[in-house]
Design a protein around this ligand. Structure first.
Ligand code: GLN
Length: 362
């Protein structure tokens, strides 16, 4: 409750218990915890649908200091299940601020816990891998009972939860793009609209034939939450799309699903990449860009007869982008639409425009 301090606990599946102070909603949640290394952009983090099923630990120690500007939301509401910070700034200061972070979390029923040694917690997740956990204001005498529940938790069915319910169109440019929404961030649409596109956003369960019959200039596959291998029905539709030779650009979950549609494999990383400071190398030009990332899974291997690695992660050499050799398809694991975050790779949207034949009016 706002104004009052109430104890809260973060209980991890390995038995670690952190005591802190509750903020935002006081409801109890169980989710998978990951850490995010961004120094700013907590509103964008909270509202990135790819976090559905996950709780986020911010490594930057002071969160909330510029409040919440609703225009910064990446979707209509937060998708993070729980929020862990070292110190919550109760009073934010910014000329664009609509409300305090705490009020925003109360309004959206998202529990937060502050006063946590997030440096220790991050090291723990880095050493042991991302873990399930619970945020609760209840003190449990019998921890074993809740530990069972915590361990049993799985991130599941989250694309269905975050995709739009009905198709809608934004922008009135000449280039017509269909965007498959697996839990899309708003800024993907905005980057396309800015470049003269008219974007129709489709629910994740849309059939490829319904998109193909509209004769779009290109298709975008969005980011989204969960394990890409869960999305078998979508992968089937992507196979149909790619057979049609329509230009396709994909980001994050879309990139993983396109790889699976080609018979490549994905795997889960130990603690994923979540932050606005991940260096990626363009293997064609050997240039390094700083990118924003939020993923737990990666494409493990590609068939060199079908595709080549386009980007590599400079920290751990994982695949960050794929170019398909004989198809008009390019995909990236990171977020060129990042907002807030580095905009270094925004030019990839220009490349997509080129893939669709260019824009005379741009
Ligand atoms: N941002 C995304 O699209 C994330 C993709 C996928 N859910 C992962 O964790 O790897």
């Amino acid at each position: 409750m706002k104004g009052e301090t109430m104890k809260a606990y973060l209980i991890l599946e390995d038995g670690h218990i952190f005591e802190g102070e509750s903020f935002g909603s006081t409801k109890e949640v169980i989710c998978e915890f990951v850490f995010n290394t961004s120094m700013t952009g907590y509103v964008e983090v909270l509202t990135d649908p790819s976090y559905a099923g996950q709780g986020v630990v911010m490594t930057y120690p002071l969160i909330g200091n510029y409040g919440v500007c609703l225009d910064d939301q990446e979707s209509s509401q937060p998708h993070v299940e729980g929020f862990v910070v070292n110190e919550l700034s109760r009073k934010g200061s910014h000329f664009r601020k609509h409300m305090e972070l705490e009020d925003y979390l109360i309004e959206n029923d998202i529990p937060g816990i502050q006063g946590i040694d997030t440096r220790y917690l991050t090291k723990l997740i880095r050493d042991k891998g991302c873990m399930n956990g619970m945020i609760t204001t209840t003190y449990y005498d019998d921890r074993n009972k809740v530990l069972e529940k915590i361990k049993d938790y799985r991130v599941k069915g989250v694309v269905e939860e975050t995709t739009c319910q009905k198709a809608y169109t934004l922008g009135n440019g000449k280039i017509r793009v269909a965007l498959y929404d697996f839990g899309a961030k708003k800024n993907i649409v905005m980057e396309l609209v800015k470049r003269g596109c008219c974007v129709t956003v489709y629910p994740a369960w849309t059939l490829a034939e319904d998109i193909l019959k509209e004769n779009y200039d290109g298709v975008m596959l969005s980011n989204g939450p969960g394990d890409p291998k869960e999305c078998q029905a979508i992968i089937q539709q992507i196979r149909i799309l790619k057979e049609s030779h329509i230009p396709i650009f994909a980001i994050c979950l879309g990139h993983q699903l396109m790889a699976l549609a080609h018979g490549f494999e994905t795997e889960k990383l130990k603690y994923g990449h979540h932050g606005a400071n991940h260096p990626v190398k363009d293997m064609n030009t050997k240039r390094v860009y700083i990118s924003t990332q939020n993923h737990n899974y990666v494409v493990k291997n590609i068939d060199k007869k079908i595709a080549k690695t386009w980007f590599l992660n400079v920290n751990d050499n994982t695949i960050e982008g794929i170019e398909y050799l004989k198809e008009n398809i390019k995909t990236v694991q990171f977020h060129p639409e990042a907002c807030a975050g580095p905009t270094d790779t925004g030019y990839l949207f220009d490349e997509f425009i080129e893939m669709m034949g260019g824009n005379q009016n741009a």
